[in-house]
Design a protein around this ligand. Structure first.
Ligand code: PLP
Length: 379
């Protein structure tokens, strides 16, 4: 069935005739028989009816054997990484990453005995030189934040297979509506479900999807670490997922229309959006993705001062980090998502002080463009 139908129907259970699965606000459940620790039904063990329904829906939607929700995107990412990597192991990881993942890998992973090397997502010929006998995994993001680079994702899968590595991808920026990484051979798909999957900026949640074996191992670790998703958040995520494909269509349209609009404005120096023909990986994005999503970034000729003036004049976008909600959000990454990076790190990945990131919501595209037009007029 089409993804839209799976989003609505997969994993749904009609309990006592209720069309919508209610919230099972119970930390523990009666055990039918003597069970093993991991068979006990207990909220931290991620196996309440609300968790099970979500896992079934997400596995069906992403095309994995199994899925797991976690207390945040970071809980999903860090738990997956420390499951596939043991002390002494080495990781190859893309050089431009979500700030939280970057901080975990550079600041926390070494203390756990894990080492890493950064790789350039679009230079597969340089990856082999970084391999070590203890390299166990390779990790990328579908589109990098905030420059919207699309790594050579097919090369990542081929390289992982050739060298026996586990391939992990943070697919938050595409959502399973725009890209399904397991289909092209990735082993583990990760999401900050805080973003598009939930879609309403009212919870934090994470998702892991993959083979039954990988998900079982990651769930085992998550159960010990305790990063489970509360049932009320499960309920909201399940509700949000049902409209994901409708929302993604509008995010895609708004991202594309606003990118085109900005690219035509004389005050704008550069627009980064994989749906624009000028984007260096436009052809790859067209081939692999159903849409380029709602996030774009741009620089103004006037630098930081012009960016600050623009932000102060915009009416619709809220000045806040995050993305994937129904309302448009706007930030300057150096002061928000990437504030933890040093000046050298920012320069190395090409994030300018004046860069502005827009996460388009699902407002009407013409209203968003009109708002940017009036704000640019005053810059
Ligand atoms: N991955 C990406 C691409 C993100 O943008 C974020 C949050 O902004 C995360 C992971 C972390 O997710 P969470 O905030 O749900 O822990």
């Amino acid at each position: 069935m089409d993804i839209q139908t799976r989003l609505v129907h997969a994993g749904e259970e009609r309990i006592n005739g209720a069309v919508v699965l209610p919230i099972f606000q119970s930390s523990t459940f009666v055990s039918p028989k003597e069970e093993e620790y991991h068979d006990i039904r207990y909220l931290r063990l991620n196996n309440t009816p609300n968790h099970r329904a979500l896992h079934a829906k997400l596995a069906a939607v992403c095309g994995g054997e199994d899925a797991l929700v976690a207390g945040s995107g970071m809980a999903a990412i860090t738990t997956a990484l420390i499951t596939v990597l043991n002390s002494g192991d080495h990781l190859l990881i893309q050089d431009c990453l979500y700030g939280g993942t970057h901080s975990f890998v550079t600041q926390d992973a070494p203390g756990l005995g894990l080492s890493y090397d950064f790789i350039a997502g679009n230079a597969p010929e340089t990856w082999a030189a970084k391999l070590r006998p203890e390299t166990k995994a390779i990790y990328v993001e579908t589109m990098t934040n905030p420059l919207m680079e699309v790594a050579d994702l097919e090369a990542v899968v081929a390289f992982a297979r050739e060298h026996g590595l586990v391939s992990l991808i943070d697919n938050t920026f595409a959502s399973p509506c725009n890209f399904r990484p397991l289909r092209i051979g990735f082993d583990i798909e990760l999401h900050s479900a805080t973003k598009y999957l939930n879609g309403h900026s009212d919870i934090v949640a994470g998702v892991v999807v993959g083979s039954a074996e990988h998900v079982k191992a990651i769930k085992h670790k998550l159960n010990h670490l305790g990063g489970s998703l509360d049932v009320h958040a499960c309920f909201l995520l399940q509700r949000g997922l049902k409209t994901l494909s409708l929302r993604m269509r509008q995010h895609d349209e708004n991202g594309l229309r606003l990118s085109h609009f900005l690219a035509e404005q004389e005050q704008v120096a550069q627009v980064n959006y994989p749906g624009l023909e000028s984007h260096p990986q436009y052809e790859r994005a067209q081939r692999l993705f159903a849409g380029a999503g709602g996030v774009l970034s741009f620089e103004l000729h006037g630098g930081v001062e012009a960016a600050e003036r623009l932000l102060s004049k915009l009416v619709l976008p809220a000045s806040a980090p995050s993305l994937g909600g129904v309302e448009t959000l706007i930030t300057r990454p150096v002061t928000t998502s990437h504030s933890g990076l040093s000046r050298e790190e920012l320069a190395a990945i090409g994030i300018a002080d004046g860069l502005v990131r827009v996460a388009c919501g699902i407002e009407a595209a013409e209203d968003l463009c009109a708002d940017f037009a009036q704000a640019l007029a005053g810059v």
